[in-house]
Design a protein around this ligand. Structure first.
Ligand SMILES: C[S@@+](CC[C@H](N)C(=O)[O-])C[C@H]1O[C@@H](n2cnc3c(N)ncnc32)[C@H](O)[C@@H]1O
Length: 255
């Protein structure tokens, strides 16, 4: 009788262990299938953008016909679709003065577009002297030195905007009412909360009546909040979102 009870207990323990193992495996497969669905939709999204970026790069390349290849785009640099938007705008509207918050491939694109127009100049505020030097070298390599000026502009505490660290405007030439285009792709988010917010209040005195602002990374929550605050601060300004990989907000003053 005892051996029968022991056998029963043994069989029960074995069955429960096997059932536990099966449950554990099934649960793992179930969770992995969710992960797989997420990854497939991520790949789908990425491949859609990848094609859009290839097409935008092709158009940009044809428009600009630079003498040397552009450095790697996307990632830290602006994406081809954003660069195409700003190049097209410069070629159509022919701004005389553009001001950039950050520097890099975008500076090359703006300077080359102005060279093609035969008029215009871009001033780039760059907080990091290493990247300022890299951009100057790139402009030289592309034969664009006379179309762009990279200004060393370290990030400083903003007296009028407590909590914000933004570009020092000490070395910016006198541009009051002269800036027809502003391209904002810096400072990096790590500078402070709503890092790009100061651009509008700090540069407003430089805007001409027809000034257009292009803000990169406009799909991020910080940039959405920044645009909302700018619009709230001046009811004459309007904004439109352009469908770019990282989001592009274009702002202008109603005439
Ligand atoms: C978003 S990036 C600006 C890129 C620029 N608009 C372009 O299209 O190349 C903002 C800042 O990051 C810094 N930066 C540029 N390239 C970088 C890199 N490869 N790694 C880390 N920081 C970089 C520069 O100081 C630049 O002003």
């Amino acid at each position: 009788m005892l051996w029968f009870i022991v056998l029963n207990i043994g069989v029960t323990v074995l069955v429960l262990t096997i059932a536990g193992l099966i449950f554990h495996k099934v649960r793992k497969i179930h969770l992995a299938s969710y992960d797989l669905v997420d990854k497939i939709s991520e790949i789908h999204r990425e491949s859609k953008w990848l094609y859009a970026q290839m097409q935008a790069f092709h158009s940009l390349d044809r428009l600009l016909q630079l003498p040397a290849p552009l450095p790697t785009l996307r990632g830290w640099a602006a994406s081809p679709d954003f660069l195409l938007e700003i190049a097209k705008y410069v070629l159509e509207a022919k701004p005389e003065t553009a001001l950039e918050c950050s520097s890099g491939c975008s500076t090359v694109v703006l300077a080359r577009s102005m060279q093609l127009n035969g008029e215009g100049h871009v001033y780039g505020l760059e907080h990091d002297s290493t990247y300022a030097a890299i951009t100057r070298r790139e402009l030289e390599r592309q034969g664009l030195m006379e179309w762009a000026t990279i200004i060393d502009a370290p990030l400083v505490e903003m007296k009028d905007l407590p909590g914000h660290r933004w570009y020092s405007l000490e070395s910016l030439p006198h541009l009051d009412n002269l800036v027809d285009m502003v391209v904002i792709d810096g400072p990096p988010m790590t500078a402070c909360n709503l890092a790009r917010y100061p651009a509008f209040p700090m540069l407003k005195h430089t805007f001409s009546d027809c000034c257009r602002i292009f803000l990169d990374d406009a799909s991020r929550s910080d940039e959405k909040e920044i645009v909302a605050r700018w619009l709230k601060s001046d009811s004459k300004w309007m904004a439109r979102l352009i469908n770019c990989e990282k989001g592009c907000a274009m702002l202008w003053k109603a005439q």
